[in-house]
Design a protein around this ligand. Sequence first.
Ligand SMILES: *Cc1c(COP(=O)(O)O)cnc(C)c1O
Length: 424
Amino acid sequence: MIETINSSSQAIALEDKYGAHNYHPLPVVLSRGEGVYLWDVEGKKYYDFLSAYSAVNQGHCHPRIKDALIEQAGTLTLTSRAFYNDVLGPFEKYITEYFGFDKVLPMNTGAEGVETALKIARKWGYERKGVDENQAVIVVAENNFHGRTSTIISFSSDGNARKNFGPYTPGFVKIPYNDIAALEVVLQDKNVVAFLVEPIQGEAGVYTPAEDFIRNASEACKAKNVLLIADEIQTGIARTGSLLAVCGNCTCEGHCEKQDTYTKPDMLILGKAISGGFYPVSAVLADNHIMDVIKPGQHGSTFGGNPLGAKVAIAALEVVRDEKLAQNARKLGKIFRERMQILVEKYKILKLVRGKGLLNAVVVNDSPDSSTAWDMCVSLKDNGLLAKPTHGNIIRFAPPLVMTEEQLHDCCDIIEKVVKEFEK
Ligand SMILES: *Cc1c(COP(=O)(O)O)cnc(C)c1O
């Protein structure tokens, strides 16, 4: 028998009893979403300030993406790549032109996108750079987050994500984030094939590096014939106030390759908002001289590039461009940080605010082991705003990018009210 949910406690009890305990959710049970709003089972309305970790940049249940999904769901959903389909080609043309790369390799989840990029980089290293078999090294940053596969957690700094999941995949070296000198040292090893990096470290607590970090990393990599792989699964697709975080402070909508701000990575990994929260789609973009190392049978996925996902992704990317979400994220992000800065100066319980566009974090002024950030998020929930603490005593604030200025001020008022409570 399938139970009908009548209360939050009933839904929580079911998940607790029948589901693996691999998450620690805030105690709220959601049953509906629209734009920047979510509703729980009891009908209480909330502002979403997480956006499913930046997967719903376009807002919940965006009608245009929904229509694309429904139409394609009644036409053709999956053929596998054993055959061609009439949506994949147009999607590939659209997304490569949108982001300015020769080719795309479509997958489903973000972690699969990262795995794909790592495999391509290694193969490129052996076949194009001339690295000896099985000697390839990939450089990563400390406190990275790139997903949950056994290879990816092999180079995680998060003990909880790693412990007792070994033996770990070799071939990775870790350097401090935002440290060009450390990068230059490890690049001396001629077996290094790639540097995998987040332009802003989201999971780690929204660490924004020096303005010229990605630019300098790219130049250092180029000098050593090493691929720069940008993981923009969280930062990409308008979240940080430009189309991609590697666009720097470029204020145009869409892709432009302005020399003074844009740093083109050799590989770009996208996921999350590429499908606006409707369906798992991820993608790796690269130019021909890199992507061409992959030949039939060497990599793939049953669902990767399926017509349903491809249609959804086209619609999701159109929404980002047509509704000028990057511009809105840039404008609202500035207002948000200004308002939070006032709180930081006024209340001792807040240490600082940082971020870019609408990917921001507030660091709570308490021991990293205390539960203050969690307790604040529970109180924010009670006051109608949903956010989640991330590593340490940090609260990430990342609302859907379709938010209005008035709504944002309303949200800042809620946050101020809660901060005030905790000051006592
Ligand atoms: C979320 C995320 C991933 C993993 O994506 P999944 O879809 O959860 O597998 C990888 N890298 C970054 C930067 C992310 O934010």
